[in-house]
Design a protein around this ligand. Structure first.
Ligand code: SF4
Length: 83
């Protein structure tokens, strides 16, 4: 498997530290509402079983990093599988 996106030719596989930095940045933003821990885990469970998940991190339907999108109280799954 490649870690490059065919379309944009940039690295698309993210490291754990990349993702944690993104989560930290979103969590620190003013006015952003975060979802509770149980609901967050349920969303991620759905993503983990979804055929749209790439590299274990990224939704191929919308390009989001699922661990970041699922954290947002107003986050939505583009395929309406959660949120
Ligand atoms: S956000 Fe929705 S479509 Fe994307 S990987 Fe998760 S469940 Fe699948």
């Amino acid at each position: 498997m490649t870690d490059k996106c065919k379309r944009c030719a940039v690295k698309t596989a993210l490291s754990e530290s990349d993702i944690q930095r993104m989560i930290d940045e979103v969590s620190a933003m003013r006015g952003v509402r975060l979802i509770g821990e149980d609901a967050y885990k349920k969303r991620l469970d759905v993503c983990e079983g979804c055929e749209k998940l790439l590299y274990g991190t990224t939704c191929s339907a919308c390009g989001c990093v699922v661990r970041v999108r699922a954290l947002l109280a107003d986050g939505r799954c583009p395929k309406k599988k959660w949120g």
